[in-house]
Design a protein around this ligand. Structure first.
Ligand code: AMP
Length: 367
C-alpha cells in the first residue's frame, strides 16, 4: 500500500520511517525534493496546490495525508476524488483558521481563551475594549511557531500591530499569564478506536517549542486534556493523530490550538512509547489496528533550533537518541532533536537540565 503525503518535512520523514517496517510505501509532494522526507522516499515536486501533481499523488496512493497544515483544502478535495484523505479535511479546515478552531472548542465545551475576530482597525478597537489589554493579535491563517503574532500591552500598540498585521484576517485574544503549557496527543482508527498518549509538558522560547517532558505527572489535567481530545476526535469522526495544546492557569486547562497531524511535542514517543505517534498515525490511516500508547520511561525531548550541535560529543551518552533532519541551518529553523528516556521523573529532570546547559546555554528554560 502506498501512502501519499503532502509535505516532505521531518514529520513526513518520521512517518515514512515508522511505516516501512509495516511494509508500507510512501510518496510525497513538496516544493523541493531537498527535504527530510526526500532523503528516504520519492517526492513529486511543485506547488502544494498544483492540481496535476495532487491528482498524480491521488492516483498513485491508497490514502493521502499531510505533514503540514498550510495547504489548500479545496485543491486537495478537488484532486483527491476517489482517494481517501485522512485526517478529514473538515478537521484540517478548522485547524487552519484560528477563528474556526476557537469556535470548534466552544461548540465542544472545551475551555479556550476569550477571543474576537478582527477585520478592520475599528474592529480591533472594539475587540480590545471588550477583551482588554494585554492581548495577542494573531493572523487567522498561516501562523505557526509564534509567527504572525503581536502582543498588545498599551493602547499605543494597537496602531503598530495593525500596521504589521492589518493586511490579513485577524483574531484578538486575551493574553494568558499561564503557569505552564501542556499538550495531549491521541489517535483514532478508521474503526473508531481511540488511544491517547500521556500528557506532555512543553517549554517554548520565542513561540518555538524547545523542550518537552513526558509523561508529565498531573493526572487530573491529563484526564481533562484526554477528554477534550476525545471530543474533537469523535466530533470530526477523525482518522489519524491529533494534538491539542493548552495553557495551564491556576490548575485549569485553556485550549490554545490544535494540530491535525503528528506533533513536535510527541517526538519522544519514537523511543519513549510502545508505539510512536508516527506509527500510530500510519496504522490509523492505513486502516490497521492501533498500537499501545503506554510510555516506556520518563522522557525529555530537546529541539535543535537554528544550529545543529555536533552529534559526536553526545552519542556516547546512554539512552540518548539523536535525530538530525539533514536541513540547511537557518535562524529559527527546526533542524533536529534528541530524546532521553530515564527511569524516574527526578532523573529525567536532572538529565534535561544538564543537556540544556550544554546544548542550548542561551536559553533560560529551567525544568
Ligand atoms: P501559537 O502559535 O498560538 O501556538 O503560539 C505560540 C506560543 O506563543 C504559545 O505556545 C505561547 O507560548 C505563546 N502564546 C500564544 N498565544 C498566547 C496567549 N493568548 N497568551 C499568552 N501566550 C500566548
Amino acid at each position: 500500500m502506498t501512502i501519499g503525503i503532502v509535505g516532505a518535512g521531518q514529520l513526513g520523514q518520521m512517518l515514512a520511517l515508522a511505516g516501512y517496517p509495516l511494509g508500507l510505501d510512501f510518496l510525497f509532494l513538496d516544493r523541493s525534493a531537498d527535504t527530510p522526507a526526500g532523503r528516504i522516499a520519492p517526492v513529486l515536486t511543485g506547488a502544494f496546490d498544483d492540481p496535476a501533481l495532487l491528482a498524480e499523488l491521488a492516483r498513485r496512493s491508497e490514502v493521502i495525508s499531510f505533514d503540514w497544515e498550510n495547504i489548500s483544502v479545496d485543491a486537495l478535495r478537488a484532486a483527491a476524488r476517489g482517494t481517501r484523505i485522512a485526517p478529514p479535511l473538515r478537521a484540517l479546515a478548522a485547524a487552519q483558521d484560528r477563528l474556526a478552531e476557537k469556535r470548534t472548542f466552544e461548540r465542544l465545551s472545551i475551555p479556550t481563551t476569550r477571543f474576537a475576530p478582527v477585520d478592520s482597525r475599528a474592529a480591533l478597537t472594539r475587540a480590545v475594549r471588550r477583551i482588554g489589554l494585554p492581548g495577542v493579535l494573531k493572523t487567522r491563517r498561516l501562523g505557526y511557531d509564534g509567527k504572525g503574532q503581536q502582543v498588545l500591552r498599551h493602547p499605543a500598540d494597537l496602531d503598530v500591530a495593525w500596521d504589521r498585521l492589518g493586511g490579513a484576517a485577524l483574531l484578538y485574544e486575551e493574553f494568558v499569564a499561564f503557569d505552564y503549557e501542556v499538550s495531549i496527543i491521541g489517535v483514532r482508527s478508521r474503526a473508531g478506536q481511540v488511544a491517547v498518549y500521556p500528557l506532555n509538558r512543553n517549554y517554548h522560547d520565542g513561540g518555538i517549542l524547545r523542550l518537552t517532558l513526558a509523561p508529565w505527572p498531573a493526572p487530573r489535567l491529563a484526564r481533562a486534556a484526554a477528554a477534550s481530545l476525545r471530543r474533537v476526535l469523535d466530533a470530526f469522526r477523525y482518522v489519524g493523530v491529533l494534538a491539542i495544546e493548552f495553557f495551564v492557569r491556576r490548575g485549569r486547562l485553556l485550549a490554545n490550538e490544535m494540530a491535525p497531524r503528528v506533533h513536535n511535542s510527541g517526538h519522544w514517543t519514537i523511543e519513549g512509547a510502545v508505539t510512536s505517534q508516527f506509527e500510530n498515525h500510519v496504522r490509523a490511516i492505513a486502516g490497521l489496528p492501533l498500537g499501545s500508547t503506554a510510555p516506556r520511561g520518563h522522557c525529555a525531548m530537546i529541539n535543535f533550533i537554528g544550529t545543529m550541535p555536533a552529534a559526536r560529543s553526545y552519542l556516547a551518552q546512554s539512552a540518548l537518541h539523536w535525530h538530525d533532519y539533514g536541513k540547511e541551518p537557518r535562524h529559527g529553523r527546526k533542524l533536529g532533536h534528541c530524546t532521553v528516556v530515564e527511569s524516574s521523573p527526578a532523573r529525567r529532570t536532572a538529565r534535561a537540565r544538564g543537556l540544556l546547559r550544554r546544548l542550548c546555554p542561551e536559553l533560560s528554560i529551567e525544568p
